[in-house]
Design a protein around this ligand. Structure first.
Ligand code: ZN
Length: 335
């Protein structure tokens, strides 16, 4: 078992606390998807249950407990994930029933006499009732139980839940480390740089995107934004296309492209509006870029709810079109 190199420090400090017998009852692994939180949580759960832990703090992989964990049948490891609905589709929330079941389970003594470990993933998908039910469990911890919450969007957790957990923050590593890691996964050169750029430095996302079609999609999104800005594409047509498939990823790319455009302009001065990743025909000033970035992120949040996505998308794209200053302005400024 090896962890991503940027997570090694967090692993060591958790191991240190374990040796001092000073582990918290609840741990929140917080940070964007793609940084190895789940791999980390898994390694940690295995280590807690292992009967013959290695000197480096990892589970041995050969003892009885490790074999049961690997088989998914260790009685003292509880995983709380999305359940299936009656129609066979996955739920999009963790429910109060799941949290009550968890609480009942943790109230029992550990069957192997060691720790009891619960992994709640994604914890940020608990609905309000589920969150309240979990809070009770967190407020009255049973000795020997460790609850690990995994959240890509920790801000969605209630403040009280967050305050009950020891938080471990997963952050985007520095570029050189990320590129080294990508190279070790077989992604190098311009492909690695482009993918890392698209993922705003997140190596796990960069890897997934370099292996799939995402970078092509990002190119399409950039072109749509450019054409809307130039007034040669119709917002309703683009909105339709964006709502039909990959809405969330398109909005993510749009927000990130606009943010990168803003950064390029801030570094290069107003004259650089025609440069940047979007190579805009008509200038959009920094304030408008920033506010559009926020708006795109809000629209992403909105689309997770039961809203007509085409309308929200159209509204967002119309704002993008309007953010451009008229053509002659730019020409005057750039001559
Ligand atoms: Zn073991």
């Amino acid at each position: 078992m090896t962890l991503a190199p940027w997570n090694v420090d967090a692993w060591s400090s958790l191991g240190e606390r374990r040796r001092r017998d000073a582990l918290p009852h609840a741990i929140l692994l917080a940070g964007p998807a793609g940084l190895g939180k789940r791999e980390f949580a898994d390694a940690f759960a295995r280590a807690l249950l292992c009967e013959s832990i290695r000197a480096d703090g990892f589970a041995c992989a050969t003892c009885r407990a490790c074999k049961l964990v690997a088989a998914g049948t260790h009685p003292d490891l509880v995983r709380v994930n999305f359940e299936l609905r009656d129609d066979g589709k996955s739920r999009t929330e963790l429910t109060i029933d799941q949290m009550r079941a968890l609480s009942e389970r943790l109230a029992l003594t550990a069957q192997f006499g060691g720790a009891q470990v619960a992994l709640i993933d994604p914890a940020d998908a608990m609905n309000h009732a589920a969150s309240n039910a979990l809070l009770k469990t967190l407020e009255e911890p049973t000795a020997g139980t460790i609850i690990v919450l995994i959240a890509d969007y920790p801000a969605r957790l209630s403040a009280t839940i967050r305050s009950r957990c020891q938080r471990i923050e997963f952050r985007v590593p520095d570029g050189r480390l990320a590129l080294q890691w990508l190279a070790a996964q077989g992604i190098g050169g311009k492909q690695a740089a482009d993918a890392l750029n698209a993922g705003d430095g997140n190596p796990g996302l960069a890897l997934a995107w370099a292996q799939g079609e995402a970078l092509k999609l990002r190119g399409e999104v950039a072109q749509d934004l450019r054409e809307l800005n130039a007034g040669v594409a119709a917002a309703f047509e683009v909105a339709q296309r964006w709502s039909r498939e990959e809405s969330d990823l398109r909005l993510r790319f749009a927000a990130s492209l606009v943010q990168q455009q803003g950064r390029a302009q801030a570094q290069g001065g107003a004259r650089l509006s025609a440069g940047g990743p979007l190579a805009l025909t008509r200038a959009v000033d920094l304030v408008k870029l920033t506010s559009w970035f926020d708006r795109a992120n809000r629209t992403r949040d909105l689309l997770r709810g039961p809203i007509r996505s085409e309308l929200a998308m159209l509204e967002l794209l119309a704002t993008w079109v309007m953010a451009a200053t008229p053509n002659r302005d730019v020409q005057q400024r750039s001559t």
